[in-house]
Design a protein around this ligand. Structure first.
Ligand SMILES: [Zn+2]
Length: 347
């Protein structure tokens, strides 16, 4: 039987949570084995709020990456009051810090240090705009008066448009977009790009809520409607330079996911690429995987394109895939909404 395969430029993950300590050691291999680089989020228990903390975290990560792995960790700083203009200028020429991440206070895991009034940071946005430092944004308002399903759209309308108006040359990545509103908005912008996760491309809020609650699909920003999911898929398979893959893979042990107040976050690194290939294949768009997963992000971040390719092979029968990983605090479930997966990386 003829072998079906797909060669793609090494993909990157433009949004990942690797955590620290034991969990870091457990999840990191799935990132360095499947991706050429990753943008690592700064929301640790003690947030990465300055260059020195980012350097330490970078070193902790690098120590655990085998020499043979072709992987580069890219770091982010957590935007807080403590960040100075000087520090931002240093970031602009820093070797592995690639963005400053803005969390609205309380939007997701470890976002208590996030910000409540965006205007207080305009003096820093000014320096970022001047020096070409990218602002990466968790785009949701956290006002309890705003419905949880509307928070992204309200953020775009009430906050993001103001920032863009004030700083038209500031490069912004709106992270993990979830809605057709966000897709439409990004399509109209020139300096703003967006990451899209695997889970927002594959599941919707009905799947999460209509036949019993599925805590494994609970994430922030929360899953939206099927209409929104389809808009995200169209954006991803369009090949448009402003959309690229950021898994937002965010491991939590089962005890924290399945609880009376469960954590938001989906661990998707291990099967991210096979799932993505299968989804693009369903939409007859295998040729658009490279722009979405390998090229657009690098272009936006001003990095040289990868040269080497990785080969994925389609097996005639569905393959046995990893279901979870084990830690001393319990299992972490791997995101996989498909019953059958046919694609795997050829080693
Ligand atoms: Zn995230």
């Amino acid at each position: 039987m003829e072998k079906i395969f797909l060669d793609i430029l090494r993909p990157d993950d433009w949004h990942v949570h690797l955590r620290e300590g034991e969990v870091l050691s457990n999840v990191l291999p799935f990132t360095y084995e499947n991706f050429g680089s990753a943008l690592i989020m700064p929301n640790l228990d003690i947030p990465i709020t300055n260059i020195s903390l980012a350097d330490n975290y970078y070193n902790e990560i690098c120590k655990q990456i085998p020499k043979a792995a072709k992987f580069t960790p890219n770091m982010t700083l957590y935007l807080t009051d403590c960040l100075s203009k000087d520090e931002i200028r240093k970031v602009s020429t820093h070797k592995h810090i690639k963005a400053i991440k803005m969390y609205p206070k309380g939007a997701t895991t470890n976002s208590d240090s996030g910000i409540s009034d965006f205007k207080n940071f305009y003096h820093l946005f000014e320096v970022m705009e001047e020096s070409g430092v990218i602002l990466s944004i968790h785009g949701e308002v956290t006002d309890e008066k705003v419905d949880v399903f509307e928070r992204e759209s309200v953020f775009i309308e009430k906050v993001l448009t103001k920032i863009i108006k004030q700083f038209p040359n500031l490069k912004i990545v709106l992270e993990h977009i979830t809605s057709s509103d966000a897709v439409n908005f990004i399509n109209e912008q020139s300096m703003v790009a967006a990451t899209i996760t695997i889970h927002h491309l594959m599941v919707n809020r009905n799947i999460m809520l209509s036949k019993g609650i599925r805590p494994d699909f609970y994430c922030a920003p929360i899953l939206k409607t099927e209409y929104d999911r389809r808009a995200l898929v169209q954006a991803a398979i369009s090949g448009d330079r402003k959309f690229f893959l950021g898994t937002d893979s965010a491991p939590h042990v089962e005890g924290k996911k399945i609880a009376s107040c469960g954590c938001a976050g989906i661990f998707s690194s291990p099967l991210a690429i096979p799932l993505l290939i299968q989804l693009f294949e369903e939409h007859s768009s295998l040729k658009k995987i490279e722009p979405f997963a390998s090229k657009n992000g690098r272009a936006f971040y001003g990095l040289r394109q990868h040269k080497d390719r990785v080969r994925y092979v389609k097996r005639p029968k569905s393959i046995e895939v990893i279901k979870d990983i084990k830690t001393s605090d319990g299992k972490i479930k791997v995101f996989n909404p498909y019953n059958e997966i046919y694609w795997e990386k050829e080693n």
